[in-house]
Write a protein that binds this ligand. Structure first.
Ligand code: NAD
Length: 424
């Protein structure tokens, strides 16, 4: 097993890229993947880098760099976000592209995996500068994009407004193309339900896990680290399902009440620009990292990558870790949790509701048909529950952790498609 072959210290210092590759390598050994196929799947199909000159309001020029990495498109058009961040260089985008291949395959979506970036700090630019940069990026990458070729989405530093500019620029060259990006404003073909989809997907996966293990969600105490889009939506959904949200934290600190926190009030506070520690009424105050140690049944890290490591995994005080963020548990942390018998529901399964929602948006755009939010949520639930069942079945039959099983299911699917299509 992977966790017995990696020393904890090495495992903790592995970059997310190295961690994903270690998991893919481990899955390749489990399914006896042919070395030729493994070689194809451990490299990217295409990497495109473009210059994006941005004329600043003061007349000076910044020449920024944009990237789009397409990892594997055997199962369908490439799919993955575009992030605006100064550190999002080609190496980072490469790592994130492969993760999307495994996530889309695991959720059984008809997509491959890609990721893109523009290396700027969006907070330092005016709306006009950001719009011009986005239009330039869209046109410079347009030859490798397409409704049936590669479909970007928002990511860190980008949002629905950026997707609207991106779609408009692409459409100006190619004709009206709403399906060229997902995560758009509803008025431009965005899908009602898409914003909440990652958090709701997490809740649906936990419901399936609870059914599998004979748990009742109404008996579950939940701790959530991170109270942004993902954390607040999963808290809202699980609270509505009868679970007790006992601890919540954001970058400023956390709050704890074993009798249950007022989730509606917390959401109102955060939506008004406050922090969860602004909550009034009976509760204890925690530091951000203490939220990870709160006594609970399910801990949901939904803030940053690498928040649970070999150093603090001993202090996790939950029976299950449901990964809301990408790579919130390092390989070293994963080894400790496994040794302690704490089940980890892995990111590529648990937070796959976002890209699944993107699939629904894309499908509606190309059909020129709209779904109700109820249909969106029901279809999301069905797909998340199905994916959980497939991962659980692989874990049971092959004696794997859920994380190992998730990579095995994803790799088998991609490898099978690549073999059917032929690759040399
Ligand atoms: P967000 O920016 O809306 O919220 C992030 C939250 O984390 C905020 O509450 C912030 O205060 C908190 N936070 C930041 N640093 C922290 C720290 N050091 N300690 C405790 N809390 C901290 O982001 P989001 O969209 O909710 O995404 C959360 C995570 O989930 C990210 O890792 C993201 O990559 C991942 N993710 C998001 C989506 C999506 O659809 N939004 C999909 C898949 C994965």
């Amino acid at each position: 097993m992977l966790n017995t072959t990696l020393a904890r210290s090495t495992a903790d210092s592995a970059t997310p890229d190295e961690a994903v590759q270690a998991l893919v390598d481990s899955a390749a050994r489990t399914i006896n993947l042919h070395a030729d196929l493994a070689a194809v799947l451990s490299t990217n199909y295409r990497e495109t880098s473009v210059q994006v000159p941005i004329r600043r309001e003061d007349g000076t020029l910044v020449v920024a760099h944009g990237h789009r990495v397409q990892h594997n498109g055997a199962r369908g058009p490439y799919k993955g976000g575009i992030r605006y961040h100064p550190d999002a260089d080609l190496a980072e985008v490469r790592a994130l592209a492969s993760l999307m291949t495994w996530k889309t395959a695991l959720l059984d979506l008809p997509f491959g995996g890609a990721k893109g970036s523009l290396q700027i700090d969006p907070g330092q630019y005016s709306a006009r500068e950001l719009e011009a940069a986005t239009r330039r990026l869209a046109l410079s990458l347009s030859h490798v994009l397409g409704t049936y070729r590669d479909i970007p989405a928002p990511d860190m530093g980008t949002d629905a407004r950026v997707m609207a500019w991106f779609m408009d620029a692409y459409s100006s060259r190619n004709g009206y193309s709403p399906a060229i990006v997902t995560g758009k404003p509803i008025a431009l073909g965005g899908a009602p339900g898409r914003t909440a989809a990652t958090g709701r997907g997490l809740a649906y996966v936990l419901e399936a896990f609870a059914r599998q293990h004979g748990w009742n969600l109404t008996d579950c105490r939940i701790a959530v680290q991170g109270f942004g889009n993902v954390g607040s939506w999963v808290a809202r959904e699980l609270h509505a399902a009868g679970a007790t949200i006992v601890a919540v934290g954001d970058v400023h600190g956390g709050v704890l009440n074993q009798s249950g926190l007022d989730v509606g009030e917390l959401i109102r506070i955060v939506e008004a620009g406050g922090a969860v520690v602004d909550l009034e009424g009976p509760h204890d105050t925690l530091s951000s990292s203490e939220v990870l140690e709160a006594d609970s049944d399910v801990l949901i890290p939904a803030a940053l990558g690498g928040s649970i490591t070999a150093e603090n995994a001993d202090r996790v005080n939950a029976a299950v870790v449901l990964e809301g963020a990408n790579h919130p548990v390092t390989l070293g942390g994963d080894a400790v949790l496994n040794e302690r018998g704490i089940q980890v529901i892995p990111d590529i399964l648990a937070n796959g509701g976002g890209v699944t929602g993107s699939y629904f948006e894309w499908a509606q755009n190309i059909q020129q048909f709209t779904w109700s939010e109820q249909q969106f949520n029901q279809t999301l639930r069905d797909r998340m529950v199905a994916a959980f069942g497939q991962v659980q079945a692989a874990a049971d039959s092959k004696h794997l952790t859920l994380r190992e099983a998730a990579y095995v299911v994803a790799l088998e699917r991609v490898a099978h498609t690549v073999e059917l299509r032929g690759y040399s």
